[in-house]
Design a binder for this molecule. Sequence first.
Ligand SMILES: [Zn+2]
Ligand SMILES: [Zn+2]
Length: 94
Amino acid sequence: MTPHCSYHCRACGAHFSSLRAFDAHRSGPMDDRRCDFPDDAELVERTGICKISDPTQPQVGVTLYERADSQDYRSRMEDRQAAPRQRSMDAEAA
Ligand SMILES: [Zn+2]
Ligand SMILES: [Zn+2]
């Protein structure tokens, strides 16, 4: 299924599927965080949809970053909060 951007970085305009992925692209001290995609970020690139940058005009086919280790985590989350979220996403897509 197509991942959606849930954390949008206003600073660099990148799209992320999770807060952990978002965190991973930032480095530096808390008062001087920068976007620099460190080599150890372990982010994988996926193609997804962003409705955050412009809700009236979803961007399809954007590069969306996801934690390399999040595949299992995500399927677990989807199982747990199952239907309602899935249903609303289907409705939006239709
Ligand atoms: Zn950024
Ligand atoms: Zn985005």
